[in-house]
Design a protein around this ligand. Structure first.
Ligand code: TPP
Length: 932
């Protein structure tokens, strides 16, 4: 400050970058004028002031002003800055790439000269006691220790973590041991056995089934011992269950060596046999997508492992894993989230490229979705199919997105198996200690093409000529062990022969291998069954009127001392009146009664999505907020003493991750009503991969049931292209083989029964509901308690019960679903039309053939039309027309085809002009009610 010229350029730049004002700095150094003298020290510089007491800013003693003393202090500060630089950037100079293609960076901040040291200073002692565990070291010793710790085969990124204790934990965990674990001879032999199993298994399959896709782990074998370490260390730290998700690469090896799926089972699948036992239906899946579960013992502990099946879509399984973990944590009452752990493996290109990764990191520590941290393992083989890393991402590492989520990242050279296992151990400890996400980025290579039929040298000739010369990870480890005299070459060969022998024996056994049972409907699902025929699916959903009144009263009962918003008070008053009169139950009250009744029966009701607590349309008010304290009051949690929980989680602004999460939750917990609500139905296409690859197809592919409910606000109300259509047609197009239910209920009671039916049946199927918007407040869209009372149930088809509209006097039957019914109903009434019947399809899939046939039979000779609000190429029309036609031809009347009434074909789902909307809507109603 006093004499900047005395510093070299580097230091001058450094201080001027700090932008400190000189007078403020001197004041800070001097401290308060009234402070006791001993407080006016320069402050503790990592123990320096302990060592050299009474260093004061303004009045150093003569001795303290001596050049040697000054140099000692400056050296210390410089050295500490150097140390800090290695903590921050040491990973850039770490030896991570087994192929040596990626050049380590000679980063200027890692050069001691950047801190004013010169070569001749290397031998000089620098005071940094208690740092790096070194006592009175020379500069050279400091550098050596820094390089060992931060620039070996492990590179650690942790200085971005804002929590000092987490940062400190990692620092201490790695610095004290120079970032190395010393393995016992037995430990080393075990690592070699694992590498040998992994390598020999792939080689064996390669020889027996050359060119057959297996997405081998060749080049990334260290994954196997590393995973084992996570499980073993995890079991010591309280983990009882693990849910794993992973992509194609190395899956067979993980199935065999981590999940212990018998070699014979895998080989049998290579022989073209199904993985499903005889007599079990299902369309199955390719072998590198299959899941399995197992109980595996580590020392005296047993862990239950489940590897989720997954589709090809990379990273799509990630949120599903999180949801499964969360549901299991609840089942085990693992409130600390230490007993159930999620491990997700990734490819480097997928981790960097797929947005779902970012979505999952974003939800990882949000109240309704946290799971206590996922362990991410990136098998970074430095290529994605044929694409180089520089074309895969803009950031240095594939893992960089995780830094924003404050996750520590351990980069490691996969050819150093000990280092890989070492970081797996630390990552597990960190997760158990702090319960947050952590990332292992294992650099390795892919020995063959993307799959075993691909020629990689078409696109990466240099990399692949290097790989051809690269000894395997196992081979390198054998060399190391021999060098260390920890093992003889003969023993290493013996291990290979043992593994090969096992594979040969299992190869022979595979010819007669029979999968013994399909493991669906086990455990928590044991009380359920495969779905019965369509007729037997009504479900027992009615409640006694007393019960409904009791529930209704509980829902509207707000504590005296709760400061409710005046408008909500009115709404609650209106709801109270609904209960008292038993009439005019609106949509939200119908929903509350359904949710409340299920919770009252002991089920968990979990509702998740954007703004679901209040409801997008300010209709639900599942949480009431005290106007003075912002305390939440949840009526549905105050229904009865031993009720199940009702939880409504406002979710982050994500569709794919949240829907995937809830789907995962529903896979684990059959006795919960798990609902995801889209803000508007349109937005659900942001989660299309979850709908296509899981919700609609998983039961057939993987024999996994789910009772997830999707609530999709839908309806043409002039709000424009993006707030009208939930794309009903898309869901209907996915329907087949009784895979899910697609419904558009038109009354609160219908909705009530539909929700309750989800749990009051002996099987589970996903339920897609087009939910209303304007109907939420439509005075005609109401039910009475008796519609939910004894003798009632969900009606797939609602007949026309209007007075005077009956039998042969009816000349036209309008079939429709949802809101348009009310438009038609009102207009028909105002025109006093009696010869047109309105029949509602409340469920569109499974198509209600029986009920609809019965309905059509009532009106012989009448023409049949289908009326919808959606454009002709959208909505239900193309799905229902042939089905209605079949029914009509079965009935054998004159009318053989339904006629379409509605908007014409369109590119955009709805007009942006409110005026055109009104005109279009009027036109379609007019056309439907044209006099007959
Ligand atoms: C969402 C998605 N897009 C594209 C693909 C096709 N695909 C399969 S593997 C792969 C490369 C993945 O690279 P990386 O994540 O690095 O894993 P690796 O195959 O190298 O292990 C691609 C593009 C896919 N499976 N999923």
């Amino acid at each position: 400050m006093e004499d900047p010229k005395s510093l070299d350029d580097g230091w001058r730049g450094f201080f001027s970058d700090l932008n400190d004002k000189a007078p403020e700095v001197s004041r800070a150094i001097r401290g308060a004028s009234w402070a006791p003298r001993q407080d006016r020290t320069l402050g503790r510089v990592n123990g320096l002031s302990d060592h050299i007491p009474n260093i004061t800013g303004s009045d150093l003693t003569d001795a303290e002003q001596a050049p040697d003393f000054k140099r000692a202090i400056t050296d210390s500060i410089r050295a500490l800055m150097l140390v800090r630089s290695y903590r921050v950037r040491g990973h850039l100079a770490a030896n991570l790439d087994p192929l040596g293609i990626h050049k380590q960076e000679d980063h200027p901040e890692l050069n001691y000269k950047a801190y004013g040291f010169k070569q001749e200073d290397l031998g000089r002692r620098v005071y940094i006691d208690n740092v790096l565990g070194l006592e009175n070291p020379t500069l050279r010793e400091i550098l050596t220790r820094l390089q060992e710790t931060y620039c070996g085969t492990v590179g650690v990124e942790f200085m971005h973590i804002q929590e000092p204790n987490q940062k400190q934990w990692i620092q201490e965990r790695i610095e004290g041991i120079h970032n190395k674990t010393a393995f016992s001879p037995l430990g080393k032999e075990t690592l070699l056995v694992r590498l040998t199993e992994a390598e020999t298994f792939e080689n064996f399959l390669n020889t027996k089934y050359p060119g057959t896709k297996r997405f081998g782990l060749d080049g990334g074998e260290s994954l196997i011992p590393a995973l084992e370490q996570v499980l073993k260390r995890g079991s010591q730290l309280g983990v009882r269950e693990v849910v794993l998700g992973m992509p194609h690469r190395g899956r067979l090896s993980v199935l065999a060596h981590v999940m212990r799926k018998p070699y014979a089972a895998i080989i049998s699948e290579f022989q073209g046999n199904s993985n499903l036992p005889e007599g079990v239906q299902g369309s199955g899946d390719v072998k590198y997508h299959l899941g399995t579960s197992a109980d595996i013992g580590y020392d005296d502990k047993t862990i239950h492992l489940s590897l989720s099946p997954n589709p090809s879509h990379l990273e799509a399984v990630d949120p599903v894993i999180a949801g499964r973990v969360r549901a299991k944590q609840r089942q085990l009452n693992d409130t600390e989230r230490r007993e159930v752990l999620g491990i997700v493996m990734h490819g480097d290109a997928a981790f960097a490229g797929q947005g779902l990764v970012a979505e999952c990191l974003d939800i990882a520590d949000v109240k309704g979705y946290r799971t206590g941290g996922t362990i991410h393992f990136i098998v970074n083989n430095q290529i994605g199919f044929t694409t180089n890393p520089m074309d895969s991402r803009s950031t240095p590492y594939p893992s960089d997105i995780a830094k924003g989520a404050q996750a520590p990242v351990f980069h490691v050279n996969g050819d150093d198996v000990e280092a890989t296992v070492h970081v797996a151990r630390i990552a597990t400890e960190f997760r158990q200690e702090f319960r947050k996400d952590v990332v292992i980025d294992m650099w390795c290579y892919r020995r063959f093409g993307h799959n075993e039929g691909d020629e990689p040298a078409f696109t990466q000739p240099l990399m692949y000529s290097q790989i051809a010369r690269q000894p395997s990870t196992r081979r390198l480890y054998v060399d190391q062990l021999v060098r260390e005299r920890a093992m003889t070459l003969d023993r290493a060969k013996e291990i290979v022969n043992e593994v090969r022998g096992r594979l040969e024996r299992d190869f022979d056994a595979a010819a007669t291998y029979k999968p013994n049972k399909a493991d669906w409907l086990d455990g928590k699902w044991a009380h359920l069954n495969t779905a019965p025929t369509l007729e037997e699916r009504r479900g027992d959903t009615a409640l006694s009127l007393n019960n409904l009144e009791r529930l209704g009263n509980a829902i509207v009962n707000i504590p005296e001392d709760f400061n409710i918003h005046p408008r909500l008070k009115r709404i609650m008053g209106a709801r109270r009146k609904m209960v008292e009169t038993g009439n005019n139950i609106d949509w939200s009250m119908g929903e509350a009664l359904a949710f409340g009744s299920l919770a009252d029966e002991g089920y968990l009701v979990r509702l998740s999505g954007q703004d679901v607590q209040r409801g997008t349309f300010s209709q639900r008010h599942a949480h009431l907020i005290d106007q003075k304290t912002e305390r939440h009051y949840i009526p549905l949690m105050n229904i009865s003493k031993n009720q199940g929980r009702f939880v409504a989680h406002n979710s982050p602004l994500s569709e794919a991750a949240i829907l995937g999460f809830e789907y995962g939750y529903s896979l684990v917990e059959p006795d919960a009503l798990v609902c995801w609500e889209a803000q508007f139905g349109d937005f659900s296409n942001g989660a299309q991969v979850i709908i296509d690859q899981f919700i609609s197809s998983a039961e057939r592919k993987w024999l996994r049931m789910s009772g997830i409910v999707m609530l999709l606000p839908h309806g043409y109300e002039g709000q424009g292209p993006e707030h009208s259509s939930a794309r009903l047609e898309r869901y209907l197009q996915l329907c087949g083989e009784d895979n899910m239910q697609v419904c558009m209920p038109s009354t609160p009671a219908s909705y009530f029964h539909l929700l309750r039916r989800q749990l009051h049946r002996s099987f589970r199927k996903p339920l897609i509901i087009m939910t209303p918007k304007s109907l939420l407040r439509n005075k005609l869209c109401v039910s009475s308690l008796s519609d939910m009372g004894p003798g009632t149930s969900f009606k797939r088809v609602i007949p026309d019960t209007d007075e005077g509209v009956s039998g042969s006097s009816v000349k036209r039957v309008i079939l429709c679903s949802g809101k348009v019914y009310y438009d038609l109903f009102e207009e028909r009434r105002s025109r006093d039309i009696k010869n047109i019947a309105l029949v509602r399809l409340e469920q569109i899939y499974p198509f209600p053939n029986i009920s609809l046939r019965a309905e059509l039979q009532k009106y012989p000779g009448a023409e049949v039309v289908w009326c919808q609000e959606e454009p002709q190429n959208m909505g239900a029309w193309t799905f229902v027309d042939r089905r209605i036609e079949s029914l009509l031809s079965e009935l054998g009347g004159e009318v053989t085809r339904p006629r379409y009434i509605g908007r014409g074909e369109a590119a955009s789902p709805a007009t942006g002009s409110a005026k055109s909307h009104v005109e279009q809507q009027k036109q379609l109603v007019d056309e439907a009610l044209l006099p007959v």
